[in-house]
Design a protein around this ligand. Sequence first.
Ligand code: PEP
Ligand code: MG
Length: 590
Amino acid sequence: MSSPGLPTHLDGFPASDGIALGRVRRVDWRVPEAPRATVRRGARRRELDRLEEALRRARAELEEIKGRTEARLGTVEARIFDPQILMLEDPEVVEGTKRYISENRVTAARAFEWRMLELTELWARTSHTMVLDRLNDLHDVKLRVLGRLLGLPSPWDLEDAVDAVIVARDLTPSFVARLDPERASGLATDTGSRAAHWAILARSMEIPAVVGLGDVFDRTRDGQTIIVDGRSGHVVIDPGEVEAQRFEQRRTRISGWTRRVPEGVPAAAVTLDDAAVTLRANLDLPGEARRARELGAQGVGLFRTEFLAVGRRAGPGEEEQYRAYSAVAETFPSDAVLIRIFDLGGDKFPLFLRMPAEGNPFLGRRGVRVCRDEPGLFLTQLRAILRATVHGDVRVMVPLVNTTEELAAFRELLGAAKEQLQGEGVPFRDDVKVGAMIETPAAALAAAELAAASDFLSIGTNDLVQYALAVDRTNTGLAHLFDPFHPAVPRLVAQVAEAGRSAGIEVSACGEMAAQPAGAVLLAGLGVDSLSVAWPSLPEITNLIRGSRMRDMCEAAAAAVGASGSADLRRALERPLAGPPDQGLSSRDP
Ligand code: PEP
Ligand code: MG
C-alpha cells in the first residue's frame, strides 16, 4: 500500500483512452475455496442436478448480459460473450466436472473448482499468451458458476459508487459490460492486456483504462484519490492537490474540445502555418466507425480485424467479414479505410488455428508470417476486403513485414483472391492499395526497399518501440521501460518518413504514440503525413495540430532526433506544445 499523503506514480499499458480522476473502488473477484466435503453415495444425483441448474442459470445470465450489450453497444461487441456461453456447454468443462462428482463423490462446487483449476493449468501450459484472454473468460465463467453453487452475493455490486475508479487484479467482460460510465469513471488493473475482451468493451464504452500496473491493487485502499491516464498508461495514487488540479483541468479541456467537435469538424487538421496533417482513427470494432466520424476522423488508419478471429471456434466466413468491412467503408465513403489483415500470433491466438506453443510468441509466427501457414484463412479475408473496395477507398495493410519477399508473397495471395472473384464475376477494385506496416527496426532500416514494393507505409509505433527497445509490450514488470521517447525511436521514424517521401508514397503512423501530444508533434514534425489515433483522442490531437506551427514541430523533431536521452528528447518537444491553452497544449500539461 502507498504511504498516505505521498503521491505514488505507476506505469502500465494504455488500454482505453481518456483521463479519469476519482476515488478508488477495489474489486476483488477471487472466490473462496469450496468447502472440502464429500457427499453420500445417494446424494450424487442431487449434486449433478445442482451443477446442471447452476450452468443453466449462468447461461441465462450471460444471454441476458449479451442481449443488453447488443442493445447498448452492438452485435459484434455482444459476441464477446459467446466464448463464455460455449464454455458452459463444452464437454471439457461439463463432463469433466460431472466425472469428478460421480467418481470422487465431491460436491458440485468442489468438482467444478477442480475442473476449472485443471483447465486453467492445462491452457496456461499449452500456448501461453492468447490463452490469457481465454483464461480470463474461463475465470469469468468460474466466478459466475461457483458463486451460484456457493450461494455467494455478487462481488460487483456498485450501486453506491460515484465517480469510482475500479482497481482490480484483473477484470472480466461480464463485469465491465455491466458498468455504468456515470458511476465508474476509470479502470486500473495489475494484469491484463489491451487485447483482452474486457478492454475492448471498455474502449467501446469510453471508460479510460490502464492495464499491467503490477501491484496497483495491493497499493490502494478504497476511497483514495486516483488518476488514470488511459492515453499514456500513467496512474497516480494520492496525487497532490496541484497535480490533481492539472489533470482535472486537462480533462475539462479535452471534454470541451470533444463537445465542440460537431460544429468544428470535419474540417481538416491544418496547422497555423497551413500544413495539413491527415487525422484518421484506429478501430477495433466496426461499430466504432460512426463515433470516429463524429469526432472528425478523416478515414480509418488502422482497422484491426482480429475481433473476427479471436475467441472463435471456427474461422470467420467471407460474408460476415464483408459486412464488417463494407460497413466501415460506407461510414467513410470518401476517405481512406486501411484494413489490416489478421495480425495473429504474439498475444492473439484464435482457437481454431491450433498454432504450436512457442517460447517467444512475439518473435515467432506473427503478422505476415502466418499467411504462409494459413493461406485459406487469408484468402477468405482478402476476398472479403476486395469485395468491400467497391464501397469506398479501402486499402490493405500487412503487419510485421521485414522483407520485400514477404510483400511479394502477400501480393501473390491477393492476386489469387482477385482471380477467384474475377472468375465468379464479383466486382472489386483492381487497383486496391497495399501497404506494409513498419513495426521492426529491420523494416525501418529497410524502409526504402519496402517503400518501393508498397503503395503506402504505416508505422506501428507500439511494436516498433517494443522491438527497438527489446521491451515486451505486455510485460507488466517492464512498463516503465517501454519508452516511445527513447532517441532510437525518432531516428527510425525519420528514416521511414524519408523513404516514403523519396518513393512518393504516403507514410502514416498508428499506435498509441500518435495519440500523445508529444508523440503527435514528433511524428508530424518528422514528416509523417497521416496520424491514426484511438478515436477518443481525435478532438485533442485535432486541436493540437490546429494550434501549432509545422515549422516549430519540424524544429522540435529535428532536435529530438539529435537528443541524447529520453528527458532531453521530451524537453525538445515541449516548445510546440506551449501554445495558448485552448489551441496548443500548455507545456505544464501532464
Ligand atoms: C502497432 O504495433 O503500433 C499497431 C498499431 O498495431 P497493434 O497495436 O495492433 O500491434
Ligand atoms: Mg503492431
